[in-house]
Design a protein around this ligand. Structure first.
Ligand code: ARG
Length: 561
């Protein structure tokens, strides 16, 4: 049991279960100063229930609360402060970590519930944008966190591989395309063709119909159209895969929008049977006035289906395939309206599982305060950004540790890790500013800082010739904040999973790193013969938790850098 749980449990019995256990857990605070103890419990809210003053209650509780892990309790005004039995606690916490290794913090909160996570989902024949990067990184970390707490995540790359734009693309390719060029630089070439097509439409409106015609043929399974579409898709995916490989991220499914082609009639029929489909200027829509939302477009005038239609089919498919306990969509803030509509339409159809669908939204990536867009014709290739980060990490390594082994692999782990960590350390709903230099800084709130702290811990272990033996508690006063943080790890992961918030884990590893570096600055770990073993145990535990924390964010933790 965690120490906070022990305290909560004591309180729960001391007040004769008059307040729910969960509420007690929520009310327990971390005192602002170490001298006020390790945990504090404010008694204000108990006054009404127990009909006594909070001060009196604190007094009484101090007498009742008793546990071998608790050294003493002190009532201070309306607060009950408790002090843990430090040396017992430190050997218990460290022991648990060293015994469990990377399984420390694992739990069964999710009870094997399946969680499809719609993540990354770039559009075929278009550049991979910063938004898609954010979705990939956040979705991946959520999958790792949810797995750790007992869910079964399913990573789904819902590729944007269907829609009228593919008709235009086919038409453009047949007119002006060059097979060799497309093969070599697919996304750039296809984007150029697409832009050219739109420029030509201005001069020759008939092109519009030609594009539409090709999409119709594609939908009807015309051999030539399908072959070209497949080829564009394959080649684009290969480009995306290079980015995924750099980040070491993979998917359980790449069923994109096209996959739902033969599954949409059912949705349309269902909506029709229940009387939700209305005609509006030739198109078919679901009116959503009652939900204070604009109408949801289901079919265009020409009978073509839409993004929302495909998402409706996908949601149903996911439920029927996975019987999910939650279904997540990691997609930017700008699509909030779409997901509100999606969920409400499913509710209208009385799918009660729609309550378990969540839009995990996130803010934009800005550069110098402005949106980083893939402006017309100018492609900001994300792969180049990652390569540049790796390059910068390489320069750092060359100057600091030129004899390091596996330099290029470590540079990749540090460079890409820096970009990922930067994305995850803030509340995902905020916009974030993109600056490679600040992401890669070794001091500050960065991935490399945490990685470097872990590498430092590993190097101390090597120097001290540490091998895991019997666990002893550390006596250093200065080690106590680290012990308390180590004790918090399982709870942090659970909260991160519950709130879909990887930034809690990122902030946690930053805190642990700072706390460890402070200790390292104050205590000469290897100098004292009597204390050395116990201190090395602490260092080993810190390294286990930092490594696992980084892993949950999708980062590697090199042992040397
Ligand atoms: N391809 C879309 C885009 O780039 C994102 C898809 C998100 N997922 C979904 N099920 N709608 O905007």
């Amino acid at each position: 049991m965690n120490y906070k749980d022990i305290f909560a449990n004591e309180l729960y019995h001391a007040i004769e279960k008059k307040v729910e256990y969960e509420i007690i857990m929520k009310r327990i605070e971390k005192p602002s100063q170490e001298s006020y103890g390790d945990f504090a419990f404010p008694c204000f809210d108990l006054a009404k229930i127990m009909r006594r003053s909070p001060q009196q209650i604190a007094q009484e509780l101090a007498e009742k609360v008793e546990h071998p892990a608790i050294e003493r309790c002190e009532p201070v005004g309306a607060y009950l402060n408790i002090y843990l039995e430090k040396s017992d606690a430190s050997s218990a916490v460290i022991g648990k970590i060293l015994e469990g290794g990377k399984s420390y913090g694992t739990s069964d909160v999710g009870q094997g519930g399946k969680v499809p996570i719609d993540m990354s989902s770039p559009n075929i024949a278009k550049p991979f944008s910063m938004g898609h990067l954010r979705s990939t990184v956040i979705g991946n970390s959520l999958a790792l966190i949810l797995y750790k707490i007992g869910y079964e995540p399913v990573r789904i790359n819902h590729l944007g591989d269907w829609g009228t734009q593919f008709g235009k693309l086919i038409a453009a390719y047949l007119k002006w395309g060059d097979e060799e060029k497309v093969r070599q630089n697919t996304i750039k070439e296809l984007l150029t063709l697409y832009i050219k097509f739109h420029e030509e439409i201005e001069k020759d409106a008939a092109l519009e119909d030609e594009g539409r015609g090709w999409f119709k043929r594609l939908e009807d399974g015309d051999e030539q159209a399908v072959a070209l579409w497949k080829w564009f898709r394959e080649e684009s995916l290969q480009e995306f895969n290079r980015i995924y490989d750099l980040m070491d991220i993979s998917f359980d499914s790449t069923n994109g929008e096209a996959f739902y082609n033969d599954k949409m009639d059912r949705v349309v029929d269902l909506l029709n049977d229940k009387g939700f489909l209305k005609e509006s200027e030739g198109a078919l829509v679901v009116e959503m006035e009652d939900d204070n939302l604009p109408p949801c477009l289901i079919k265009k005038k020409d009978g073509a289906t839409l993004y929302a239609t495909r998402d409706l089919a996908a949601a149903i498919y996911r439920y029927e395939t996975y019987r999910f306990s939650q279904s997540l969509y990691v997609v930017g803030n700008e699509q909030s309206l779409h997901f509100k509509q999606l969920i409400e339409v499913l509710k209208k159809l009385e799918f009660d599982w729609a309550d378990h669908m969540h839009h995990i939204s996130f803010g934009m990536m800005l550069k110098d305060g402005k949106k980083m867009s893939t402006r017309k014709g100018k492609v900001v290739l994300l792969e180049e950004v990652l390569e540049e980060a790796i390059q910068l990490a390489n320069v750092n390594i060359e100057s600091k540790n030129p004899t390091l082994q596996n330099k290029s692999m470590i540079a990749q782990h540090v460079g890409v890790g820096a970009v990922m960590f930067h994305d995850l350390k803030n509340d995902r709903r905020n916009d974030i500013d993109f600056s490679l230099e600040s992401m890669l800084r070794v001091e500050g709130e960065t991935g490399p800082y945490v990685q470097y702290t872990n590498a430092r811990a590993c190097s101390i272990l090597r120097k001290g010739q540490y091998s895991q033996g019997e666990v002893q508690g550390v006596d250093d006063e200065q080690a106590w904040p680290i012990i308390m943080l180590l004790n918090d790890f399982p709870e942090v992961i659970q909260r991160a999973g519950r709130d879909y918030d990887p930034s809690l884990v990122a902030k946690y590893v930053l805190d642990l790193s700072r706390s460890f570096n402070k200790y390292y600055g104050q205590v000469r770990i290897l100098d004292d013969k009597l204390q050395k073993e116990a201190r090395l145990n602490l260092v080993a535990a810190v390294s286990v938790v930092l490594t696992e924390g980084l892993r949950l964010l999708g980062l590697h933790a090199p042992q040397e850098m």
